[in-house]
Design a protein around this ligand. Structure first.
Ligand code: ACO
Length: 435
């Protein structure tokens, strides 16, 4: 309600202060508490930011109880059904959907910016032959800052937009180069005649004797559609750990390439971008169809640390809207590729048995987006160690949108949390002979 406040009372000294409630367009309001320390002499303690809004944002809205995800107000279901990924990237960055001409110009700019400097390409030669693609991605994206010093005035909106578009454009090229280096294949240059997803697949899978996508542009449209969908679903998820990392780094005035590299580093952790890889590892561990009931029982056993990977979500407690969308595509891709990989049969058996099990029904544990995304990536021949890299390509759209939003807000202070100190009280230094 407008003008509502939150009254905070210190029961020790009786002091009480009313704090205004800031109104949201949708979802929970937030108490404006930045004067709490000045007023009351204490901090708030909220490890993991469970109840803390670190900023206000106009980009993405999530309602975990009702399975709602909106980008700039548009339901994810509508965008996933009707958009190409770059259209969604434009929406996230600019706040509005592009018209035809704007999308044409944006796509052209993305394609023009997909090439990387030859010196940057040579960076890959310095990585060990078996380097993890994420290790290369984080290093190479950070080093883009060494190539664009003259264009890093973050106070200039034109330079900011150029940097954001450059990052979206170059990410698939750097990602594919990371993969090719890790398997010892030569680098494939981006092509201006291909779409974002086509270009990525071509750079990943072309052979020196044969382009993955030939001059007649033939590629199975189902593959491109599936990749496009996955990129849209992973493009943004409001203040998740990697996006918050980008914002934290950006609050110091760091350049955009350094900020996005920080986001990539945060995404790398298994609790964030590594979940779809964990699903595939779990399926490999389960091994055979006969083992599925045994592993479902393990997941239900409180004395066993095993959990069904790709099930449950911290925010979505009834269903993950992205999982609902992706499920159908997952079946279509599996049908199309007619893959004989026994992992797929196993995945479908795990899904079927868990969904009719009382434990999973009662606790509202449904497959999340990453249960299916890993399976689709596998069917598209994307190697498991590239899964988090794929996530990073898509999430770059969200990261740069948040970075742009932040840079436009001149009132944003440096992010500098406080702490509840629980270490030793003041004590005097002891000479080494007296310890
Ligand atoms: N398998 C078995 N039991 C589970 C699972 C699971 N995947 N997930 C939750 N539970 C059980 C818990 O044991 C707990 O049971 P209890 O109430 O009897 O103690 C109950 O369900 C609630 O679980 P919490 O851990 O409290 O739920 P929380 O919201 O904290 O965790 C999380 C969410 C971390 C995603 C969890 O469901 C999980 O570990 N899932 C598997 C990993 C995974 O798929 N992660 C990817 C998430 S999607 C993404 O990040 C893009």
């Amino acid at each position: 309600m407008a003008n509502d406040t939150l009254l905070i009372k210190h029961t020790g000294n009786g002091k009480q202060v009313e704090y205004p409630l800031l109104q949201s367009t949708l979802g929970a309001d937030a108490v404006e508490i930045r004067n709490l320390y000045k007023d009351m002499g204490c901090f708030t303690h909220d490890p993991g930011f469970v109840s803390t809004a670190s900023c206000s944002s106009k980009i993405t809205y999530i309602d975990g109880d009702n399975g709602v995800l909106l980008y700039r107000g548009y339901p994810i279901e509508q965008l996933a059904d009707q958009c190409e990924f770059t259209e969604v990237a434009y929406l996230l960055m600019h706040g509005e959907l592009p018209n035809q001409q704007q999308l044409l110009n944006f796509n052209q700019e993305i394609n023009d910016r997909a090439v990387i400097h030859e010196s940057l390409r040579k960076f890959f030669d310095g990585f060990h032959y078996d380097a993890h693609p994420m290790a290369m991605l984080v290093g190479v994206v950070g080093s883009l800052s060494a190539f664009y010093h003259s264009e890093m005035n973050i106070k200039d909106p034109v330079q900011r937009l150029r940097a954001a578009t450059r990052l979206i454009g170059k990410m698939p090229t750097i990602a594919a180069a990371s993969f090719r280096h890790s398997v010892g294949r030569p680098f494939v240059y981006p092509r201006i005649d291909l779409s974002y997803c086509e270009n990525f697949l071509n750079m990943m899978f072309s052979r020196s004797s044969q382009n993955y996508i030939d001059q007649n542009h033939y590629i199975d449209p189902g593959y491109v559609k599936a990749l496009n969908l996955l990129f849209i679903l992973h493009a943004d998820h409001e203040q998740n750990a990697s996006t918050s990392t980008v914002r934290l780094a950006a609050s110091t005035g760091a350049n955009p390439y350094a900020c996005i590299a920080a986001g990539i580093a945060a995404l790398w952790g298994p609790a964030h971008g590594g979940a779809n890889e964990a699903v595939l590892n779990m399926l490999a561990e389960i091994g055979t169809l006969e083992n599925v009931p045994k592993y479902i029982a393990k997941a239900k056993d409180h004395n066993d640390p095993f959990r069904l990977m790709g099930f449950g979500h911290r925010v979505y407690k009834n269903f993950d809207p992205r999982a609902t969308i992706i499920r159908k595509t997952c079946y279509q891709v599996l049908e199309k590729t007619q893959s004989n990989d026994p992992l797929f049969e196993l995945a479908l058996a795990v899904e079927e048995q868990a969904l009719k099990d009382d434990y999973f029904i009662e606790k509202k544990l449904y497959p999340n987006v990453d249960f299916y995304s890993g399976i689709i990536y596998k069917a598209l021949n994307i190697p498991v160690e590239m899964f988090t890299v794929m996530f990073a390509i898509a999430r770059t759209a969200g990261w740069v949108a948040h970075w742009l939003e932040m840079m436009e807000d001149s009132s944003m202070p440096i992010s500098r949390p406080r702490q509840l100190y629980v270490g030793p009280p003041r004590r005097d230094f002891l000479n080494i002979h007296n310890r």
